[in-house]
Write a protein that binds this ligand. Structure first.
Ligand code: BMA
Length: 368
């Protein structure tokens, strides 16, 4: 099974080397590192091959019944391989300096991103950043002037630039032994079409939100973090392309467009995810951006055939580069989105793994 996948991936690579695949246009091309452009090429190529990566948040750092073990992953324990895409969160590292809001040491994340790159996989970063005005968390929406106050000219601008610098310094420190900065997907200011984060829709104007992105991007560039690709990740609220793009910060900034969508009620999930993916397929085409299901899942997966009977039938219709499920919390009861050994959906997940369309880390080696 995985031989087939490797052949398909290899064929795609040869085709792009021969220049047979369509060139990816981006106005930002000259300000991305060689490695990040290679990563972007792969993100564009996979859907042309009708394949997508499977992703899992905080996959190799903790899971159900374990914390911090080396060479461990609930996904690997179930199917034998790591996800092709891993995501991590930078939240509260701007305060703690050495760990994230979910108590993951930054040194460990650095090691895992390097290991993931060396095995041919990819990593992505979200940022559940604290509220810089109140000192509370990302979910503190008590004040609707926070975004304005951190923009240029605002009272908290300098403080926030200091936070951005900490993010840039950390991402810049993730390097191979040859000193190459490892390309990663940066996905800040996510789910902004809802109003549960301090940068959400009801908490700032369209222009303020776009300026927040521009400031973030410009600071990262000033700090030399040209190994970053950028993902724009609304929720399922937008009903059409105009709404999806209402706060889009610009083609010169964004490399990948996404959606964060969780299942509560099955019919609603299927309908909302389809709607979002239809909209994104149009935007992806007209703006020439890669697209992905940047966060999804069904908490505790209380449906033993969810992977093959709900998730795959929806996503396989669209040109996504990856689908990523959220974390398997070790410190919170019933907050997990990937199976672990003995879970009722484990057998179905192995079927999902064996589907020729899904890519795990071992399928990506030829892409490096
Ligand atoms: C949320 C939850 C929180 C976590 C945050 C950042 O969706 O999982 O428990 O702190 O993501 O990882």
């Amino acid at each position: 099974m995985h031989h087939i996948k490797v052949i398909i991936v290899l064929t795609g690579l040869v085709m792009s080397l021969l220049g047979c695949s369509k060139a990816v246009k981006t106005t930002a091309e000259n300000i991305r590192s060689i490695e990040s452009k290679q990563m972007l090429d792969i993100l564009h190529k996979l859907p042309q091959q009708k394949q997508f990566m499977f992703g899992h948040h905080d996959d190799p750092v903790y899971g159900i019944g374990w914390d911090g073990d080396l060479n461990r992953s609930d996904v690997k324990s179930v199917c034998g391989d790591y996800p092709a895409m891993m995501s991590f969160d930078l939240g509260r590292m701007e305060i703690y300096g050495d760990k994230t809001l979910d108590n993951v040491p930054l040194d460990r994340i650095r090691k895992e991103v390097i290991a993931q790159y060396e095995r041919g996989g990819m990593s992505s970063f979200s940022w559940h950043v604290d509220n810089p005005v109140t000192g509370k968390d990302s979910w503190d929406v008590s004040d609707s002037t926070v975004v304005k106050s951190i923009l240029p000219g605002g009272n908290n601008h300098d403080k926030f630039i200091g936070w951005l610098d900490k993010i840039a310094d950390f991402l810049n420190s993730i390097q191979t032994s040859d000193g190459v900065k490892i390309p990663v997907l940066f996905r800040p200011w996510h789910e902004h079409t809802g109003s549960w984060f301090w940068w959400g829709k009801a908490l700032c104007t369209v222009d303020e939100y776009k300026a927040l992105w521009r400031m973030t991007y410009d600071r990262m560039q000033e700090k030399g973090a040209n190994q970053l690709l950028y993902a724009y990740s609304p929720g399922t609220e937008p009903k059409d392309t105009a709404e999806y793009l209402e706060r889009y910060p610009g083609d010169d900034i964004v490399d990948l467009i996404g959606v964060d969508a969780y299942q509560f009620d099955r019919d609603t999930y299927i309908k909302d995810l389809n709607n979002a993916l239809i909209i994104m397929s149009q935007v992806s085409k007209t703006h020439q951006k890669a697209m992905a299901v940047t966060e999804t899942g069904y908490e505790t997966i209380p449906d033993s055939v969810w992977w093959t009977q709900t998730l795959i039938p929806v996503i396989e219709k669209y040109p996504i580069s990856y689908v990523l499920v959220w974390r398997n919390a070790r410190e919170r009861e019933n907050h997990y989105y990937a199976p672990y050994p003995g879970h009722s959906s484990a057998a179905d997940f192995v079927k999902f793994y064996n589907n020729p369309r899904t890519l795990f880390a071992g399928d990506m080696k030829t892409n490096k």
